[in-house]
Design a protein around this ligand. Structure first.
Ligand code: IPD
Ligand code: CA
Ligand code: CA
Length: 255
């Protein structure tokens, strides 16, 4: 049985790895603009060990470990550091993002931003919280009143014209546009109502699993551009927003 207090405690134990300067400076290039640090690997290994010893019946998927998802099984879905490029630069928008996928849905999520000490958690049917206080998505009803977030994604620059087209749509229809460099952080900020609409391009399940639970428990909606969620699929464009502007935002992105 999953216990949220226990889970939060385990996630926060990664502080000693996250704040280790030597681990942060030990960088490997995985591809163009795609980096991993020793801290990413060590957080992944640490949480793998702690979660499987504490919850032996639940499988474990991590960006820096086993990544194959069978949608009929139960898993922890971990991004040990979402926003590694920010992390390398010491920019605060980076998070440990952990979702629990069970019975075909993400039923719990923790997004922990160590630099700002913001700990978001959500559990299906129990709501979403930031540092212990309940959070809700914003109430804005029109895109013209919304802050729009676009996560460009640095790994698909061959598709940059489409990315700019998405930026143009969001910039021209919303109050303004932001991009933080971590889908997990951005989803947490949508869930607590600090921003209103989100488009993340080419996301992987570990980028958004925790955020999906957070958004839904905060009264929002999150899907791919067909209005669906396929946790086993890679590289999906995902939208998230409060419930009131979801239709308008999807229509804009698909226009
Ligand atoms: C990336 C970040 C980035 C998003 C990419 C992700 P990483 O995660 O969330 O904002 O645009 O799609 O892969 O590589 O820093 O874990
Ligand atoms: Ca990620
Ligand atoms: Ca990562």
């Amino acid at each position: 049985m999953m216990n949220m207090e226990q889970l939060i405690k385990i996630v926060k134990e990664t502080d000693s790895i996250f704040f280790d300067e030597q681990l942060r400076a030990d960088v490997t290039k995985k591809g163009d603009a795609d980096f991993v640090t020793r801290a990413d690997y060590e957080i992944s290994e640490y949480l793998h060990r702690r979660l499987t010893e504490t919850f032996p019946d639940i499988g474990f998927i991590s960006e820096e470990g086993d990544t194959a998802i069978d949608e009929t099984k139960d898993y922890w879905i971990l991004d040990p550091i979402d926003g590694t490029t920010n992390f390398m630069h010491g920019l605060s928008f980076c998070a440990v993002s952990l979702g629990l996928y069970s019975g075909g849905d993400v039923v719990a999520g923790v997004i922990y931003i160590p630099y700002t000490e913001e700990l978001f958690w959500a559990e299906k049917g129990k709501g979403a919280y930031l540092n212990g206080k309940p959070i809700r998505c914003s109430k804005n009803k029109h895109l013209s009143d919304c802050i729009g977030i676009l996560e460009f994604n640095p790994y698909f620059k061959n598709d940059c014209r489409a990315a700019m087209d998405h930026a143009l749509k969001i910039y021209s229809s919303c109050q303004d546009i932001r991009t933080f460099g971590s889908a997990a952080v951005e989803l947490a900020y949508i869930a607590c109502g600090q921003a209103d609409v989100f488009l993340g391009r080419y996301l992987k399940p570990w980028d958004y699993a925790a955020g999906l639970c957070m958004i839904k428990e905060a009264g929002g909606v999150m899907t791919n551009l067909d209005g669906e969620v396929h946790i086993g699929k890679l590289n999906e464009h995902m939208v998230a927003s409060n419930a009131a502007v979801y239709e308008e935002f999807c229509a804009l992105i698909k226009s």
